[in-house]
Ligand binder design. Structure first.
Ligand code: ADP
Length: 409
């Protein structure tokens, strides 16, 4: 009986040890498998980092390199990682950039800023300067910062392209300034002799120097028309050059709106009559009798729009309507029953020298500057211009302007 119990205990002991042994073996196998997986993943990540074309490196908290991938070594001209380990990142920049570079990363560490982007010049082992753009993150161990890791890229070509673009832009601006100055000077010089030609031609036309034959009269009429056209073009060129160079300024004062419309109406009605068109003007009674603004420039805007409306209308009417609009704004609307402007041309016609390629445009002489000047003047006044049109039905140009009060009121 005793032997039986003993035997049973012995069997239990052996069985216990066997299961203990089995679980130990299992644990070892699992640990080995975990280690193998870890190694595999480390190899995978190492491969990514080592084959990356971007620069990847790490430093300790003092900025001394602890790792640099082959792309980094290659870009900087190091033969092996050992050459760079222990060196400070500050040794690899220009003396001028060093202070700012240090401040950037001191600030990142102090402010515990997770990620920064910074561009700086790096000096390679053979003395070449290259521009580097880098994202830098803090390496943390719990709460403690133990270093920096960076993902960087050689951006020299990008910077060169950006610099070339800036230079090209500056040169284009300079050329445009020069062109505006030239146009402005030439137009000024042309205006004086043109005034003389027109003045004397008109004296001849009015027979101040003696009676004219019919042929002489025809010739003088031609000279006056051409001189008038040339004067208008020169004035447009001068205005365009001035708005472009922003040297135009407004001369605001109070003016009587009905006086202004009356003046415009007298001249425009003559032109409309010649073409058998009706010409109407209308002022909204809700508007104050006196407005504050640059009367001459407003006249120029209305004359340009109404002049176009008459030019590009073969039959029907042209209407100018001045009205109060949305709070503290007023609008002037020029509506015609003319040829209309196709949709695809509506933005372009406000650009200098743009004209439509229809027959009515070819029949009428024009510089293609009127609408460009109108738009820029309207914008200078703080307003906007819009256009509704239907081909064959007519066009409506609407200018909306702020109702302004004299300064100090
Ligand atoms: P210009 O009248 O000297 O040609 P603008 O800048 O005033 O120059 O006008 C540009 C072009 O827009 C005109 O040549 C014409 O083709 C078109 N246009 C302007 N106003 C009208 C209008 N009311 N109706 C139809 N076409 C117009």
């Amino acid at each position: 009986m005793q032997t039986g119990i003993l035997f049973a205990r012995l069997v239990a002991l052996v069985l216990d040890n066997v299961s203990l042994y089995a679980s130990a073996v299992r644990e070892i196998a699992e640990r080995e498998r975990a280690q193998a997986l870890l190694q595999e993943s480390e190899v995978r990540f190492r491969q990514i980092v080592e084959n990356a074309s971007d620069i990847i490196y790490r430093t300790d908290i003092k900025g001394r390199f602890t790792y640099a991938n082959p792309a980094a070594l290659n870009m900087m001209g190091f033969k092996s990682e050992e050459e760079v380990l222990g060196k400070s990142y500050l040794d690899l920049t220009t003396p001028e950039a060093r202070h700012k570079l240090k401040r950037t990363y001191d600030r990142q560490a102090l402010g515990r800023i997770k990620n920064t982007y910074y561009e700086f010049p790096a000096v390679t082992m053979n003395g070449e300067i290259i521009w580097v753009g880098q994202n830098v993150q803090l390496i943390m161990e719990g709460d403690r910062i133990i270093g920096f890791q960076a993902l960087a890229r050689n951006i020299t070509q990008l910077r060169q392209a950006q610099e070339a673009l800036l230079l090209a832009r500056d040169q284009a601006l300079e050329a445009s300034r020069f062109k505006s100055q030239l146009v402005s000077r030439v137009s000024h010089e042309l205006r004086t002799p043109l005034g003389g030609i027109l003045g004397f031609a008109e004296l001849l036309q009015h027979e101040t120097f003696g009676p004219l034959t019919e042929r002489q009269n025809d010739a003088i009429t031609n000279i006056v028309e051409s001189a008038n056209y040339l004067t208008d073009t020169v004035n447009d060129l001068l205005d365009q050059a001035q708005v472009e160079s922003k040297s135009i300024s407004l001369h605001n004062a109070y003016f009587d709106l009905s006086d202004l419309i009356e003046k415009i109406s007298t001249n425009m009605s003559v032109l409309a009559d010649k073409k058998g068109l009706e010409f109407h003007t209308e002022i909204d009674s809700n508007l104050p009798a006196e407005l504050y603004g640059d009367e001459n420039r407003l006249q120029q805007i209305i004359v340009n729009l109404a002049g176009n409306a008459i030019k590009f209308t073969r039959q029907g009417s042209v209407r100018v309507r001045i009205a109060a609009s949305a709070p503290a704004r007023w609008s002037l609307e020029v509506r015609d029953t003319g040829v209309g402007i196709p949709e695809e041309e509506r933005i372009n016609i406000f650009e200098p020298f743009r004209q439509l390629s229809n027959s009515i445009t070819r029949e009428n002489r024009g510089s293609g500057l009127g609408l460009a000047i109108v738009k820029q003047l309207v914008e200078l006044m703080g307003g906007e211009i819009s256009l509704q049109s239907e081909v064959g039905q007519g066009s409506t140009f609407t200018v909306t302007l702020p109702l302004i009060h004299a300064p100090g009121e």
